[in-house]
Structure formats: structure tokens, C-alpha cells
Design a protein around this ligand. Sequence first.
Ligand SMILES: Nc1ncnc2c1ncn2[C@@H]1O[C@H](COP(=O)(O)OP(=O)(O)OP(=O)(O)O)[C@@H](O)[C@H]1O
Ligand SMILES: [Mg+2]
Length: 234
Amino acid sequence: MSLLRLDALDVLYGDFQALFGVDLELAENGSLALVGANGAGKTTLLRTIAGAMTPARGTIEFAGSDITRTKPHFRVRRGIALVPEGRRLFPSLTAEENILVGGVQAGPDAWQLARIYEVFPLIARCRNRRAALLSGGEQQAVAIARALASGPRLLLLDEISLGLAPAIVDELYETLASLRAAGTSMILVEQDLDRALAACPSVVCLLEGRVVLAGPSARTSRAQVIDAYFGTAS
Ligand SMILES: Nc1ncnc2c1ncn2[C@@H]1O[C@H](COP(=O)(O)OP(=O)(O)OP(=O)(O)O)[C@@H](O)[C@H]1O
Ligand SMILES: [Mg+2]
């Protein structure tokens, strides 16, 4: 059964149309890399799935229910959690307080702090430090942990590796792999194509708001993705 199904989504900012007829399907326990150039519409698509934007046309189905008009906090309770671009932590709250914010609208599978610190020993060490004083990698780990606190079935991850050292990105991706193995589904927006293709069994590429490529990562070459990415496919 599919966990998420998007059908012909059109999304607009005022008069400006950012997404055109986007179809997408994600299986239960599936994960998908969402790639595309700057301004292609990746963040807009994640925000639409999370309910921060309402599509002008089209439908969103999650776990068998139509959630197209469902408010964002109800989507969180149903198991959709967004890790937003730029992390968006409360700088004056501690790491732990930021994580607890994620539990406020938790669904039935909310993660307790102990489980979160087991998965992220990195933040167990700095749990009482203010978010403003954390390193970029620690902040990103807290942003993911905040999403886990709501007990997600589907994690939407927007450019988690941006500006971080490769070693810490490796560590975050190892954690994501363990979450996937435990059954969490993911849509991963990632600029590093090799990382994206290695992490997810399927890939979708957006170009100027349209899906121009969708398929299994194993049968999609890097060259095909790059052609789709820049709109240079023949
Ligand atoms: N708040 C907004 N108001 C108007 N237009 C917007 C707004 N946010 C994004 N857009 C436009 O919508 C389009 C898609 O933007 P979006 O941020 O979804 O792209 P993206 O693929 O996430 O890009 P990036 O890789 O830079 O993060 C772009 O043309 C962008 O300029
Ligand atoms: Mg973006």
C-alpha cells in the first residue's frame, strides 16, 4: 500500500505558480530522494505535504486518507514531520527544550527523550546547551530529533547537509539509515546527488516546478539525473 500519494498538485504563491501537476507516490517504508536545481520547487513540495501550503488544485492522500485540506498540526499527529530548510530552532531554548517542542502535537508513536538520545548520542552530550551555542551539526541533529519527538511515519528532510562538514553529514546519514531500517519513510531533499541516490531507493527530479524524472535510483544513472536537473535531456 502506498503511504503517500500526490495527484496533480498545482501550488502557487499569489500569482506565481511554483508547482505544476506534481504526481508522486511513496510506498509504506519507502524513501525517496527529491532533487532539482535552486528554485525548482523542492521546499515548496515538502511544505505542501506538511500542510504549510495549500495546493490550488490536486490531492494529497496519506495512509489511505485524503489530507489535502487537513491542518498542519493534524498532519503531524497522523505522522508527517518536516525538518525544515535552515533548521528553525528556537535559539534561546536548550537542545532538549527544542526537542520537546516537537512532542507537543505528537502522534501515538511519539519518541521519548531516552530513545532520541540513544539514536543521537551527539545531542545527549549537549542537551542542556542553548541552541544558539550549538555547532551546525548539533543544531541539525536537534532539528531531526524534534521531528522524531512527534513520532513520524514520514520524515520530510530539507537539505540537512547544507553547510556541514562531511564527517558530521556521514554521522547524520548513518542515523537516517537506522531510522529507515526501523520502518520510517522519508523524502530527502539533498544537493549532493551521490549521497541522495545512495540513501534512497527511488529518486524524483523537479525542474521549474514539474516532475521531469521519477524512478528507482539503481536504474537511474547520475548522467540521467543531471540531464533532468538542468533540463538538458534530449
Ligand atoms: N514565499 C515565496 N513567495 C513567492 N515565491 C516563492 C516563495 N518561496 C519560494 N518561491 C518561489 O517558488 C519557486 C520554488 O521555490 P522553492 O523554495 O520551493 O525551491 P527549492 O527547490 O527548494 O530551491 P532551493 O534549492 O534554493 O532551496 C522559486 O521560483 C521561488 O522563487
Ligand atoms: Mg529549498
